[in-house]
Write a protein that binds this ligand. Structure first.
Ligand SMILES: [Ca+2]
Ligand SMILES: [Ca+2]
Ligand SMILES: [Ca+2]
Ligand SMILES: [Ca+2]
Length: 256
């Protein structure tokens, strides 16, 4: 392998200001990219200051490394967060904005908006080797509390096969809240069903969301309502089985 960049090991150096969306200044912490670790930035001895980070410089990062940054110190996906995957060994990568989608030969970056994340980061998770290839790494579903993918995050889940009962205390998605959905990097042939009923019963309203083609990582696909039969950009199709209304009433979700 090539010599490491300068004096830097495998590490992320975080900054709290960015001038003109180009120049990172005011270092606010450094984290190693060698081992799997989670940091609550509200902890007294946190190596990175809380509610400061707006970007980072990454040095000598190994292919497969995944870093996530959350507004919430416990890592809730009902608040802003972002995920960056390093697709190959990278000597230098610079991120000057945490609120963007990027997909290039080096990285895939997804940002899940609630309100904002720049200057609000309270948790960082680093996981070397978490990513192997696009085929076995899931995309994400971000549910929103208003139609047209507006409002706040009702929560996020990845696109792996699973069922979620939103009435449970540990549900990642708020109950009777979601009215719309954004699909991020979800693969073709995945089906998502959202139900009014909490046990996936089809006796009340439900909507089947079929992914017809891979959703590009840098072009998320928005589903503005669960109450229509429609195709969006030839990529995603919705089939609504009406009873008495589903938007704002989603209580279970199945992904297959
Ligand atoms: Ca925060
Ligand atoms: Ca927030
Ligand atoms: Ca319901
Ligand atoms: Ca209903």
């Amino acid at each position: 392998m090539d010599k490491d960049v300068g004096n830097h090991g495998k590490e992320f150096v975080f900054f709290k200001r960015c001038i003109g969306n180009v120049i990172l200044i005011k270092k606010c912490g450094t984290l190693s990219a060698n081992t799997k670790n989670e940091y609550n930035l509200k902890d007294k001895n946190s190596p990175v200051s809380n509610d400061d980070v707006v970007g980072f410089k990454a040095y000598n990062i190994a292919a497969g490394t995944v870093i996530r940054m959350y507004d919430d110190s416990q890592g809730s996906t009902q608040d802003d967060w972002c995920e960056i995957i390093f697709k190959k060994d990278c000597k230098r990568v610079r991120i000057t904005d945490l609120e963007q989608q990027v997909d290039n030969d080096k990285i895939r970056m997804l940002y899940f908006r609630d309100d904002n994340l720049n200057g609000k980061v309270s948790r960082i998770e680093i996981n070397p080797g978490a990513y192997t290839s696009p085929d076995d790494y899931p995309g994400y579903l971000a549910f929103y509390s208003k139609n047209d993918c507006e409002g706040g995050l009702s929560g996020c889940v990845n696109s792996s096969a699973a069922t979620y009962n939103c009435t449970k205390d540990d549900s990642p998605i708020k109950n009777d809240d979601a009215r719309s959905l954004v699909l991020y990097a979800v693969q073709a042939d995945i089906n998502i069903v959202v139900y009014d009923n909490s046990s996936e019963s089809t006796s009340d309203d439900y909507c089947t969301i079929s992914v017809l083609e891979d959703v590009p990582a840098n072009e998320p696909c928005g589903i503005p309502t669960f109450e229509k039969n429609q195709t969006y950009e030839d990529i995603v199709k919705t089939d609504y089985e009406e009873n008495n209304g589903l938007d704002g009433k989603v209580s279970s979700i199945s992904i297959s």
